[in-house]
Ligand binder design. Structure first.
Ligand SMILES: Nc1ncnc2c1ncn2[C@@H]1O[C@H](COP(=O)(O)OP(=O)(O)OP(=O)(O)O)[C@@H](O)[C@H]1O
Length: 227
């Protein structure tokens, strides 16, 4: 039996009083790679925010990595986020500290204390994204693609059950987007489950996978045409 990591049942997503997405039904299993596409303003970010607890699920049912989204309390959110790896378009690295210190900051904030274990974990995640040699650089000394790789490494620190990537290539040129996408594909091949919001259709064509589309307040699966 496939292991379900995310399930939404008749879920509606609101921004304030306005309905963004109605009656969403969606399930993701361990090991899946799913795209979330749709024009600007159709609700991709609102969908993602609901999943990482930034937007309350007020109507319908939702479970994600064993958390009940409809019953999620403020105090649960840090624990939910530990089971998720979230990657954003604008990287969100701390500019006043090195790559190493950025990663150590997250580990310490999530309860890691042992210096050797911290160093080993940082080395492991940097190796996963091919960035070990950049450990002592500051984010502003890195290219956009390199910064995004570090952000992906950061997302891997607590061995997430699901990676949510909201437009991870949105700030990158086409070649760099492919390089970052290769990293995500490699992680998926190694067993990571990834939901990626994007409007980069070139990536969808190059790396076809299950695709959900937001349009007209709905989310539905689209079948990609080959060739
Ligand atoms: N904080 C907010 N408060 C109120 N309305 C919002 C807020 N954020 C987004 N919205 C509205 O919700 C709708 C969906 O926006 P959302 O950002 O989820 O779309 P998106 O598909 O991610 O767009 P983009 O590709 O531009 O990021 C839009 O109508 C937007 O104006």
């Amino acid at each position: 039996m496939p292991e379900t990591v995310l399930q939404l049942k008749d879920a509606s997503i609101y921004q304030g009083d306005s309905l963004v997405l109605a009656d969403v039904n969606f399930e993701m299993n361990k090991g899946d790679f799913v795209y979330l596409i749709g024009k600007t303003g159709t609700g991709k970010s609102s969908f993602m925010k609901t999943l990482y607890g930034d937007l309350e699920l007020t109507k319908g049912e939702g479970s994600i990595v064993d958390f009940d989204l409809a019953k999620l309390k403020e105090d649960d959110i840090p624990y939910l986020r530990r089971k998720l790896g979230v990657v954003f378009q604008d990287f969100k690295l701390l500019n006043d500290r090195t790559v190493n210190a950025n990663l150590e900051f997250v580990l310490r904030a999530t309860g890691w204390k042992d210096k050797e274990k911290i160093a080993a974990k940082i080395e492991a995640v940097l190796n996963r994204v091919g960035m070990k040699t950049k450990e002592f650089k500051y984010p502003y000394e890195l290219s956009g693609g390199e910064q995004q790789r570090i952000a992906i490494a950061r997302a891997l620190l607590n061995d997430p059950e699901l990676i949510l990537a909201d437009e991870p290539t949105g700030n990158l040129d086409p070649q760099t987007s492919i390089e970052v996408m290769e990293v995500l594909q490699e992680l998926n091949k190694k067993g990571h489950t990834i939901l990626m919001a994007t409007h980069d259709y070139a990536l969808l064509l190059k790396y076809p996978s299950k695709t959900l589309k937001c349009d007209d307040n709905k989310v539905f699966e689209v079948v990609q045409r080959k060739g």
